[in-house]
Ligand binder design. Structure first.
Ligand code: DQA
Length: 144
């Protein structure tokens, strides 16, 4: 089973982001971690990153058309992109929102997620394990 893992803006630069918030893994190391966690659960992960709203929307359209489950870290788009929310809503397979940090424990502007309302569920605050937990939740969901 394929799973599309979408990462939003600035996640490709984890190497220079605040490691006290985002941890020590570089983006390539995060991709490796997620790919391995997916393989361990029998998934084939297609892990992508974009800084562009329109590219992410195109990927969500593809997932909607191919009925592919999605794990998405929309990064800053989480807090204001109604366009990504509307595209994510088209995905009828499970769609899980993940965050490395816990946005609810951070600045007030991060307390709003315009994605959570259409997501199957949201996992945040566990670093890279947020993705592994999302994959586990997905595996359980798809067995039902
Ligand atoms: C993030 C949290 C967002 O608020 C932030 O804009 C990000 C990363 C996270 O994974 O913790 O870029 O989505």
């Amino acid at each position: 089973m394929k799973v599309l893992v979408i990462n939003g803006p600035n996640l490709s630069r984890l190497d220079i982001r605040d490691s006290s918030i985002y941890g020590d893994l570089s983006y390539p190391a995060l991709v490796e971690f997620v790919t391995q966690a997916a393989t361990d659960l029998g998934f084939e992960a297609d892990v992508r990153q974009s800084d562009q709203e329109s590219e992410i929307i195109g990927w969500l359209h593809q997932a909607a058309d191919s009925k592919t489950p999605v794990i998405i870290n929309p990064a800053a788009f989480t807090h204001y992109s109604y366009a990504i929310r509307d595209a994510a809503e088209l995905v009828k397979a499970p769609l899980i929102e993940v965050h490395l940090s816990n946005p609810l424990a951070r600045e007030e502007f991060r307390h709003t997620s315009v994605i959570s309302g259409i997501a199957t569920g949201t996992i945040g605050g566990f670093g890279p394990d947020s993705y592994a937990l999302a994959l586990k939740a997905l595996a359980t969901l798809l067995k039902k």
